[in-house]
Ligand binder design. Structure first.
Ligand code: NAI
Ligand code: MG
Length: 510
């Protein structure tokens, strides 16, 4: 593991389990000869103008919360406070839902679908024009590496608006009957792991189908949703069509319970998803839940090892493992387990952890202190229960929230690290001998969001895909997303689909 440049230039001295920190900033001799250190390559922060304080976005305008409450959002890589953000209370939820209702009835619902499409196209284009600003702001507020915000989060967010703009005037031909109607006002609650992208997943299909929205971003990552609200203004979106309420769980709960909301869409923890389901039960509100996961990434002995190792790395270390569909359980065929794990360890030694704004950084910061505590606690339980813990030698920055890439071998299915969602850069390795055993172990989880299969044989992919109980199954790839492809799970991973034709169904009364 190569120590990236610390965001603060602080001299972090924590050492990951598994070996001494490697000298940083110096040339190190390796078996292959001289190994040059990377020079720092920071993306400029100057493209982002942070206001000291942000209001709620209601009826097309930014305004403070009625009660005046504020909370801070911090940069998790440095613990530096970035801004104060309004915390919406019940009165603000009321105002936002009323604004959304009025916009739905008077403007957005009656508007010709082709006209609605133009606004979505405009939002998509402005997102592209301001992509660098969005990428830097997302990295600052979330802690994820700039190469991911730049190459994944922001382009995919724009792609979702483009894709759904195309649907707006074709809904009659989408197979939902001759005249599908919007549902009304959507209350949408999103998590902190893909703040802008989840906002796009929620808003784009709802708007294309003619609904209006009240969106509540997560409390640790409100800033790109607020910038997206500015983009809605810039695109001339009629007031009230999109409203953004910042706040924490209480704000979310008030939105879910509000009688003026017709449809609730939630992405987040299974625990909160269950609470929401209880609140909504019996009210007639529509509901979709996209919750946690504990996906199996299954590697067969005939898989190309290099490709599989890249897929394993991408599956669990992309976005610090803060991914609901992360391949957090590696199921590797016993005959190749040692070879695959050896190669994986070598590969992890080349990843760079550090400043999220550095273009060379592979692993950024953990999003919050509570999340870091949760990951640390679960990793400790892995050791206590008898699994073997390994991390590459790695220097963690002295400030901020950091966790080294971690691999557990000798994991049993009963271990907590094989059962519970860790939502961090921690991989649990299990083995299997036969395809049937792989299926049985992969399905031995209360979740059912995603899975991966690595094999040379197409017939085996199809055989497995029919038996794996997961909403999304990737074959010889992992963590691939496309707005045309429906995404979602079942069992404790939730219900409903987002993206594609299936995703539109949640926002239509057919
Ligand atoms: P969370 O489920 O509490 O937060 C997600 C969103 O729900 C946030 O916007 C939050 O403010 C809101 N929220 C919280 N309580 C609410 C309530 N009672 N009613 C309505 N909205 C509410 O997730 P948290 O605490 O940030 O993370 C805890 C664990 O959940 C993670 O360690 C991870 O395992 C899992 N998680 C899964 C996600 C996924 O994409 N499937 C995303 C985020 C977390
Ligand atoms: Mg933050």
């Amino acid at each position: 593991m190569q120590a990236g440049k610390d965001a603060q230039g602080a001299d972090g001295n924590q050492t990951a389990p598994g070996g001494p920190a490697r000298p940083s900033g110096a040339l190190a001799e390796t078996a292959g000869g001289i190994d040059w250190e990377y020079a720092p390559a920071p993306e400029s922060r100057d493209v982002v103008t942070l206001a000291p304080e942000y209001g709620l976005f209601i009826n097309g305008e930014f305004a403070p919360a009625a009660g005046g409450a504020l909370f801070a959002t911090v940069n998790p890589a440095t613990e530096e406070p970035l801004a104060q953000v309004a915390e919406a209370g019940a009165e603000d939820v009321d105002r936002a839902v009323a604004a959304a209702r009025a916009a739905y009835e008077r403007v957005w619902g009656p508007m010709a679908p082709a006209e609605r499409a133009k606004y979505l196209y405009r939002i998509a284009r402005v997102l592209q024009e301001r992509s660098r600003e969005f990428a830097v702001l997302e990295s600052l507020d979330n802690g994820k590496p700039i190469k991911e915000t730049r190459d994944v989060d922001v382009p995919l967010a724009a792609a979702h608006f483009f894709y759904h703009a195309g649907w707006a005037d074709k809904l009659e031909y989408a197979g939902f009957g001759p005249s599908p109607r919007p549902v009304g006002v959507a209350g949408q609650i999103i998590p902190w792991n893909f703040p802008l992208l989840m906002a796009a997943w929620k808003l784009a299909p709802a708007l294309a189908a003619g609904n209006t929205c009240v969106l509540k971003p997560a409390e640790t990552t409100p800033l790109t949703a607020l910038l997206l609200a500015q983009v809605c203004q810039e695109a001339g979106l009629p007031p009230g069509v999109v409203n953004v309420l910042t706040g924490a769980g209480e704000t979310g709960a008030a939105l879910v319970a509000h009688p003026g909301v017709d449809k609730v869409a939630f992405t987040g923890s299974t625990e909160v998803g269950k609470q929401i389901q209880r609140t909504v039960a019996g009210t007639g509100k529509r509901l979709t839940l996209e919750l946690g996961g504990k996906a199996a990434n299954v590697v067969f002995d005939d898989a190309p090892v290099e490709a599989a190792v890249e897929g394993i790395v991408n599956g669990i270390f992309f976005n610090q493992g803060h991914v609901c569909c992360a391949g957090s359980r590696l199921l590797v065929q016993e005959s190749v387990a040692d070879a695959v794990v050896d190669r994986l360890r070598e590969r992890l030694g080349t990843l760079r952890l550090g400043d999220p704004l550095d273009k060379n950084t592979d692993i950024g910061a953990i999003n919050s202190r509570p999340q870091l505590d949760k990951i640390s606690e679960l990793a400790a339980s892995g050791e206590a229960e008898g699994a073997e813990r390994w991390s590459p030698p790695c220097q963690l920055p002295g400030r901020g929230y950091w966790f080294p890439p971690t691999v557990f071998t000798g994991v049993a299915q009963s271990h907590r690290i094989a059962r519970e969602e860790i939502f961090g850069p921690v991989l649990s390795v299990l083995t299997f001998r036969t395809p049937q055993e792989a299926v049985t172990k992969a399905n031995n989880t209360p979740y059912g969001l995603s899975a991966g299969v690595w094999t040379d044989k197409g017939s085996r992919i199809l055989w497995l895909a029919q038996r794996l109980r997961a909403g999304v199954i990737w074959a010889n790839t992992y963590n691939r997303f496309d707005p045309a492809s429906p995404f979602g799970g079942y069992r404790e991973s939730g219900f409903g689909r987002e993206g594609g034709r299936h995703g539109l169904a949640a926002y239509l009364d057919a």
